[in-house]
Design a protein around this ligand. Structure first.
Ligand code: GDP
Ligand code: ZN
Length: 329
Protein backbone atom coordinates (compact mmCIF):
# COMPACT_ATOMS: atom_id res chain seq x y z
CA UNK A 1 0.00 0.00 0.00
CA UNK A 2 1.40 3.33 -0.99
CA UNK A 3 1.04 6.45 1.07
CA UNK A 4 2.46 8.74 -1.56
CA UNK A 5 0.64 12.04 -1.61
CA UNK A 6 -0.77 13.77 -4.65
CA UNK A 7 1.12 16.72 -5.99
CA UNK A 8 -1.70 19.02 -5.05
CA UNK A 9 -1.29 22.79 -4.77
CA UNK A 10 -3.68 22.75 -1.82
CA UNK A 11 -1.87 22.88 1.50
CA UNK A 12 -3.33 20.79 4.26
CA UNK A 13 -3.24 20.56 8.01
CA UNK A 14 -3.59 17.26 9.82
CA UNK A 15 -6.67 17.03 12.05
CA UNK A 16 -6.08 13.59 13.53
CA UNK A 17 -6.74 9.88 13.21
CA UNK A 18 -10.05 8.15 12.96
CA UNK A 19 -11.90 5.13 11.64
CA UNK A 20 -13.86 4.99 8.42
CA UNK A 21 -17.41 4.06 9.43
CA UNK A 22 -19.27 4.56 6.17
CA UNK A 23 -18.56 4.67 2.49
CA UNK A 24 -21.08 6.66 0.48
CA UNK A 25 -19.46 6.16 -2.90
CA UNK A 26 -18.07 9.60 -3.44
CA UNK A 27 -16.94 10.23 0.10
CA UNK A 28 -16.19 8.53 3.41
CA UNK A 29 -17.46 9.22 6.89
CA UNK A 30 -14.60 9.16 9.38
CA UNK A 31 -15.13 9.13 13.11
CA UNK A 32 -12.26 10.80 14.92
CA UNK A 33 -10.97 9.56 18.25
CA UNK A 34 -12.92 12.37 19.95
CA UNK A 35 -16.18 11.11 18.45
CA UNK A 36 -16.55 13.82 15.84
CA UNK A 37 -17.66 12.56 12.42
CA UNK A 38 -16.25 14.10 9.25
CA UNK A 39 -17.18 13.64 5.64
CA UNK A 40 -13.91 13.16 3.80
CA UNK A 41 -12.61 12.77 0.31
CA UNK A 42 -9.43 11.03 -0.65
CA UNK A 43 -6.19 12.74 -1.40
CA UNK A 44 -3.30 10.56 -2.40
CA UNK A 45 -2.64 7.17 -3.85
CA UNK A 46 -3.81 4.28 -1.69
CA UNK A 47 -3.72 1.41 -4.14
CA UNK A 48 -2.93 -2.03 -2.76
CA UNK A 49 -0.04 -3.45 -4.76
CA UNK A 50 -1.19 -5.79 -7.50
CA UNK A 51 -4.92 -5.34 -6.86
CA UNK A 52 -7.20 -2.98 -8.73
CA UNK A 53 -9.84 -1.79 -6.32
CA UNK A 54 -12.94 0.26 -6.89
CA UNK A 55 -12.61 1.75 -3.42
CA UNK A 56 -9.10 2.47 -2.19
CA UNK A 57 -10.38 3.18 1.32
CA UNK A 58 -12.62 0.72 3.19
CA UNK A 59 -14.96 0.76 6.15
CA UNK A 60 -12.86 -0.19 9.14
CA UNK A 61 -9.73 1.58 7.94
CA UNK A 62 -7.81 3.70 10.43
CA UNK A 63 -6.97 6.86 8.56
CA UNK A 64 -5.31 10.22 8.97
CA UNK A 65 -7.56 13.16 8.19
CA UNK A 66 -6.41 16.62 7.15
CA UNK A 67 -8.18 19.87 6.43
CA UNK A 68 -7.09 21.51 3.20
CA UNK A 69 -7.10 25.23 2.50
CA UNK A 70 -10.22 24.77 0.36
CA UNK A 71 -11.91 23.90 3.68
CA UNK A 72 -12.76 20.31 2.75
CA UNK A 73 -11.60 17.32 4.80
CA UNK A 74 -9.39 14.68 3.26
CA UNK A 75 -8.08 11.25 4.07
CA UNK A 76 -4.36 11.56 3.57
CA UNK A 77 -3.04 8.23 4.89
CA UNK A 78 -4.25 4.75 5.83
CA UNK A 79 -2.69 2.81 8.69
CA UNK A 80 -1.59 -0.70 7.74
CA UNK A 81 -4.59 -3.05 7.82
CA UNK A 82 -4.52 -6.09 10.11
CA UNK A 83 -6.72 -7.82 7.51
CA UNK A 84 -9.26 -7.01 4.85
CA UNK A 85 -11.92 -8.75 2.85
CA UNK A 86 -12.30 -8.07 -0.84
CA UNK A 87 -14.62 -9.32 -3.53
CA UNK A 88 -14.63 -8.90 -7.26
CA UNK A 89 -16.64 -5.85 -8.28
CA UNK A 90 -18.58 -8.10 -10.66
CA UNK A 91 -18.20 -11.61 -11.99
CA UNK A 92 -16.18 -10.64 -15.02
CA UNK A 93 -14.45 -7.67 -13.51
CA UNK A 94 -10.75 -7.52 -12.84
CA UNK A 95 -11.46 -4.85 -10.27
CA UNK A 96 -12.10 -5.70 -6.63
CA UNK A 97 -14.09 -4.02 -3.93
CA UNK A 98 -12.73 -3.89 -0.38
CA UNK A 99 -15.68 -4.80 1.82
CA UNK A 100 -14.15 -4.11 5.20
CA UNK A 101 -10.85 -4.04 7.03
CA UNK A 102 -9.33 -4.48 10.50
CA UNK A 103 -11.88 -7.09 11.49
CA UNK A 104 -11.80 -9.04 14.74
CA UNK A 105 -14.50 -11.41 13.59
CA UNK A 106 -16.78 -12.38 10.72
CA UNK A 107 -20.17 -13.91 11.48
CA UNK A 108 -22.41 -15.71 9.06
CA UNK A 109 -26.10 -15.41 9.91
CA UNK A 110 -27.69 -18.63 8.70
CA UNK A 111 -31.09 -20.31 8.92
CA UNK A 112 -32.24 -23.92 8.71
CA UNK A 113 -35.26 -22.97 6.66
CA UNK A 114 -37.00 -19.94 5.23
CA UNK A 115 -34.47 -19.69 3.70
CA UNK A 116 -32.25 -22.78 3.85
CA UNK A 117 -28.58 -22.00 4.28
CA UNK A 118 -26.63 -24.91 2.78
CA UNK A 119 -23.54 -26.35 4.42
CA UNK A 120 -21.71 -25.59 1.17
CA UNK A 121 -22.52 -21.93 1.65
CA UNK A 122 -21.46 -22.06 5.31
CA UNK A 123 -18.18 -23.78 4.42
CA UNK A 124 -17.47 -21.34 1.62
CA UNK A 125 -17.91 -18.48 4.08
CA UNK A 126 -15.64 -20.16 6.64
CA UNK A 127 -12.94 -20.94 4.07
CA UNK A 128 -13.06 -17.35 2.87
CA UNK A 129 -12.66 -16.07 6.43
CA UNK A 130 -9.67 -18.43 6.86
CA UNK A 131 -8.17 -17.15 3.63
CA UNK A 132 -8.40 -13.58 4.89
CA UNK A 133 -7.16 -14.45 8.42
CA UNK A 134 -10.40 -13.38 10.06
CA UNK A 135 -11.85 -15.39 12.96
CA UNK A 136 -15.27 -16.71 12.10
CA UNK A 137 -18.43 -17.78 13.91
CA UNK A 138 -21.92 -18.90 12.95
CA UNK A 139 -25.28 -17.63 14.11
CA UNK A 140 -28.29 -19.83 13.45
CA UNK A 141 -31.27 -17.49 13.53
CA UNK A 142 -35.03 -18.12 13.78
CA UNK A 143 -34.68 -20.64 16.58
CA UNK A 144 -38.29 -19.86 17.50
CA UNK A 145 -39.38 -21.67 14.31
CA UNK A 146 -37.54 -24.94 14.96
CA UNK A 147 -39.33 -28.24 15.40
CA UNK A 148 -37.65 -31.31 16.87
CA UNK A 149 -36.00 -32.28 13.58
CA UNK A 150 -34.64 -28.76 13.12
CA UNK A 151 -33.26 -28.79 16.62
CA UNK A 152 -31.55 -32.10 15.99
CA UNK A 153 -29.99 -30.70 12.82
CA UNK A 154 -28.98 -27.51 14.62
CA UNK A 155 -27.31 -29.54 17.38
CA UNK A 156 -25.44 -31.62 14.79
CA UNK A 157 -24.21 -28.47 13.04
CA UNK A 158 -23.17 -26.98 16.35
CA UNK A 159 -21.20 -30.11 17.24
CA UNK A 160 -19.55 -30.19 13.85
CA UNK A 161 -18.50 -26.56 13.68
CA UNK A 162 -17.50 -26.10 17.30
CA UNK A 163 -15.34 -29.23 17.01
CA UNK A 164 -13.46 -27.55 14.15
CA UNK A 165 -13.11 -24.37 16.21
CA UNK A 166 -15.95 -22.13 15.09
CA UNK A 167 -18.32 -20.87 17.80
CA UNK A 168 -22.01 -21.43 17.00
CA UNK A 169 -24.90 -19.45 18.47
CA UNK A 170 -28.59 -20.27 18.31
CA UNK A 171 -30.71 -17.13 18.37
CA UNK A 172 -34.03 -15.67 17.51
CA UNK A 173 -33.84 -12.05 16.47
CA UNK A 174 -37.63 -11.99 16.70
CA UNK A 175 -38.02 -13.18 20.30
CA UNK A 176 -34.58 -12.38 21.71
CA UNK A 177 -33.74 -16.00 22.53
CA UNK A 178 -30.00 -16.58 22.76
CA UNK A 179 -28.96 -12.99 22.22
CA UNK A 180 -27.16 -12.56 25.53
CA UNK A 181 -24.24 -14.94 24.86
CA UNK A 182 -23.92 -13.54 21.35
CA UNK A 183 -23.81 -9.97 22.68
CA UNK A 184 -21.12 -10.95 25.14
CA UNK A 185 -19.13 -12.68 22.42
CA UNK A 186 -19.12 -9.71 20.04
CA UNK A 187 -18.74 -6.94 22.61
CA UNK A 188 -15.66 -4.79 22.00
CA UNK A 189 -15.00 -6.51 18.69
CA UNK A 190 -15.34 -5.21 15.15
CA UNK A 191 -17.55 -7.86 13.55
CA UNK A 192 -18.48 -8.27 9.91
CA UNK A 193 -22.02 -9.64 9.53
CA UNK A 194 -22.74 -11.69 6.45
CA UNK A 195 -25.95 -13.44 5.51
CA UNK A 196 -28.13 -14.35 2.59
CA UNK A 197 -31.16 -12.19 2.10
CA UNK A 198 -34.04 -13.24 4.34
CA UNK A 199 -32.04 -14.89 7.13
CA UNK A 200 -32.83 -11.99 9.45
CA UNK A 201 -29.56 -10.09 9.44
CA UNK A 202 -31.34 -6.74 9.63
CA UNK A 203 -33.63 -8.02 12.38
CA UNK A 204 -30.56 -9.21 14.27
CA UNK A 205 -28.85 -5.83 13.96
CA UNK A 206 -32.01 -4.19 15.25
CA UNK A 207 -32.08 -6.58 18.19
CA UNK A 208 -28.41 -5.97 18.96
CA UNK A 209 -28.58 -2.21 18.46
CA UNK A 210 -32.00 -0.89 19.40
CA UNK A 211 -32.79 2.17 17.35
CA UNK A 212 -31.60 1.03 13.95
CA UNK A 213 -35.22 0.36 12.95
CA UNK A 214 -34.82 1.66 9.40
CA UNK A 215 -33.12 -1.39 8.05
CA UNK A 216 -35.56 -4.31 8.40
CA UNK A 217 -38.11 -5.81 6.10
CA UNK A 218 -38.82 -4.68 2.60
CA UNK A 219 -36.52 -2.43 0.66
CA UNK A 220 -37.55 1.17 1.16
CA UNK A 221 -38.11 3.83 -1.48
CA UNK A 222 -34.85 5.48 -0.61
CA UNK A 223 -33.04 2.28 -1.48
CA UNK A 224 -34.73 2.10 -4.86
CA UNK A 225 -33.66 5.57 -5.87
CA UNK A 226 -30.23 5.76 -4.30
CA UNK A 227 -28.12 2.94 -5.70
CA UNK A 228 -25.28 3.82 -3.34
CA UNK A 229 -27.37 3.13 -0.28
CA UNK A 230 -27.57 -0.57 -0.97
CA UNK A 231 -24.05 -1.20 -2.18
CA UNK A 232 -21.81 0.18 0.54
CA UNK A 233 -20.72 -1.15 3.87
CA UNK A 234 -21.59 0.54 7.11
CA UNK A 235 -20.30 0.26 10.64
CA UNK A 236 -22.88 0.29 13.43
CA UNK A 237 -21.80 0.80 17.04
CA UNK A 238 -22.86 -1.71 19.66
CA UNK A 239 -24.15 -0.41 22.97
CA UNK A 240 -21.78 -2.80 24.77
CA UNK A 241 -18.76 -1.49 22.85
CA UNK A 242 -17.44 -2.62 19.52
CA UNK A 243 -19.36 -2.50 16.27
CA UNK A 244 -20.89 -4.59 13.55
CA UNK A 245 -20.24 -3.97 9.88
CA UNK A 246 -23.19 -4.60 7.64
CA UNK A 247 -22.42 -5.31 4.03
CA UNK A 248 -25.40 -5.22 1.73
CA UNK A 249 -25.91 -8.59 0.08
CA UNK A 250 -23.38 -11.38 -0.04
CA UNK A 251 -23.03 -11.64 -3.79
CA UNK A 252 -19.46 -12.59 -4.32
CA UNK A 253 -18.66 -13.46 -0.75
CA UNK A 254 -16.88 -16.75 -0.96
CA UNK A 255 -15.68 -16.26 -4.50
CA UNK A 256 -12.14 -15.52 -3.47
CA UNK A 257 -9.73 -16.74 -6.10
CA UNK A 258 -8.32 -19.81 -4.38
CA UNK A 259 -5.41 -21.61 -5.98
CA UNK A 260 -6.25 -25.35 -6.10
CA UNK A 261 -3.33 -26.32 -3.86
CA UNK A 262 -4.41 -23.75 -1.25
CA UNK A 263 -8.00 -24.85 -0.76
CA UNK A 264 -7.13 -27.48 1.84
CA UNK A 265 -5.37 -24.84 3.93
CA UNK A 266 -8.69 -23.14 4.56
CA UNK A 267 -10.39 -26.21 6.04
CA UNK A 268 -8.57 -26.47 9.39
CA UNK A 269 -9.42 -30.13 10.06
CA UNK A 270 -8.46 -31.17 6.52
CA UNK A 271 -5.27 -29.16 6.80
CA UNK A 272 -4.35 -30.83 10.10
CA UNK A 273 -5.00 -34.30 8.69
CA UNK A 274 -3.13 -33.58 5.45
CA UNK A 275 0.15 -33.64 7.33
CA UNK A 276 -0.19 -37.43 7.25
CA UNK A 277 -0.75 -37.60 3.49
CA UNK A 278 2.13 -39.23 1.64
CA UNK A 279 2.56 -36.36 -0.79
CA UNK A 280 2.86 -32.80 0.40
CA UNK A 281 0.88 -31.59 -2.63
CA UNK A 282 -1.89 -34.16 -2.07
CA UNK A 283 -5.30 -32.77 -3.04
CA UNK A 284 -7.15 -35.58 -1.26
CA UNK A 285 -8.97 -36.80 -4.32
CA UNK A 286 -7.70 -40.36 -4.43
CA UNK A 287 -3.94 -39.97 -4.40
CA UNK A 288 -2.00 -42.91 -2.95
CA UNK A 289 -1.28 -42.54 0.75
CA UNK A 290 -3.90 -39.82 1.28
CA UNK A 291 -4.81 -39.49 4.97
CA UNK A 292 -7.85 -37.29 4.42
CA UNK A 293 -10.09 -39.75 2.57
CA UNK A 294 -9.78 -42.47 5.27
CA UNK A 295 -10.50 -39.77 7.87
CA UNK A 296 -13.72 -38.93 6.00
CA UNK A 297 -14.64 -42.62 5.75
CA UNK A 298 -14.06 -43.04 9.47
CA UNK A 299 -16.08 -39.88 10.20
CA UNK A 300 -13.20 -37.94 11.72
CA UNK A 301 -13.81 -35.42 8.98
CA UNK A 302 -17.43 -34.68 8.13
CA UNK A 303 -18.62 -35.75 4.71
CA UNK A 304 -20.40 -32.43 4.19
CA UNK A 305 -17.18 -30.54 4.87
CA UNK A 306 -15.29 -32.78 2.49
CA UNK A 307 -17.98 -32.26 -0.17
CA UNK A 308 -17.64 -28.49 0.27
CA UNK A 309 -13.89 -28.82 0.01
CA UNK A 310 -14.26 -30.69 -3.28
CA UNK A 311 -16.70 -28.17 -4.70
CA UNK A 312 -14.35 -25.28 -3.97
CA UNK A 313 -11.40 -27.30 -5.27
CA UNK A 314 -13.27 -28.05 -8.47
CA UNK A 315 -14.09 -24.40 -8.99
CA UNK A 316 -10.53 -23.34 -8.26
CA UNK A 317 -9.23 -25.97 -10.65
CA UNK A 318 -11.56 -24.85 -13.41
CA UNK A 319 -10.31 -21.31 -12.96
CA UNK A 320 -6.76 -22.58 -13.01
CA UNK A 321 -7.55 -24.55 -16.18
CA UNK A 322 -6.80 -27.90 -14.56
CA UNK A 323 -8.80 -31.11 -14.80
CA UNK A 324 -11.93 -31.55 -12.74
CA UNK A 325 -11.67 -33.45 -9.52
CA UNK A 326 -14.27 -36.04 -8.83
CA UNK A 327 -15.58 -37.26 -5.55
CA UNK A 328 -13.90 -40.66 -5.12
CA UNK A 329 -16.83 -42.29 -3.25
P1 GDP B 1 -32.41 -9.88 6.06
O1 GDP B 1 -32.78 -9.92 4.62
O2 GDP B 1 -31.41 -10.92 6.39
O3 GDP B 1 -31.98 -8.54 6.53
O4 GDP B 1 -33.71 -10.32 6.85
P2 GDP B 1 -34.80 -9.47 7.67
O5 GDP B 1 -34.27 -9.02 8.95
O6 GDP B 1 -35.39 -8.45 6.77
O7 GDP B 1 -35.84 -10.65 7.96
C1 GDP B 1 -36.41 -11.43 6.94
C2 GDP B 1 -37.71 -12.02 7.44
O8 GDP B 1 -37.46 -12.97 8.49
C3 GDP B 1 -38.63 -10.97 8.02
O9 GDP B 1 -39.94 -11.30 7.69
C4 GDP B 1 -38.41 -11.09 9.51
O10 GDP B 1 -39.52 -10.71 10.27
C5 GDP B 1 -38.15 -12.58 9.66
N1 GDP B 1 -37.31 -12.90 10.84
C6 GDP B 1 -36.13 -12.34 11.16
N2 GDP B 1 -35.65 -12.88 12.30
C7 GDP B 1 -36.54 -13.83 12.69
C8 GDP B 1 -36.61 -14.74 13.79
O11 GDP B 1 -35.74 -14.81 14.66
N3 GDP B 1 -37.71 -15.57 13.83
C9 GDP B 1 -38.67 -15.53 12.90
N4 GDP B 1 -39.70 -16.37 13.03
N5 GDP B 1 -38.66 -14.68 11.87
C10 GDP B 1 -37.60 -13.83 11.75
ZN1 ZN C 1 -4.48 -36.29 1.01
Amino acid sequence: MSKKKNQSPVTSQTIGEGRVIRNTGSSYIVRLDNGEELQCRIKGNFRIKGIRTTNPVAVGDIVTVAKASDDADYITAISPRTNYIIRRASNLSKESHILASNLDLAILVATLREPVTTTTFIDRFLATAEAYSVSAALVLNKEDMWDDDDRELADALKNLYTSIGYPVFFVSAATGIGLKPLKEFISNKITLLVGNSGVGKSSLINALVPGTELRTGEISDIHHTGTHTTTFSEMIDLPEGGAVIDIPGVRGFGTIDFAPEEVGHFFPEIFRTSRDCRYSDCKHTGEPGCAVIPAVEEHYISESRYASYLSILEEASEEAGADKYRKPF
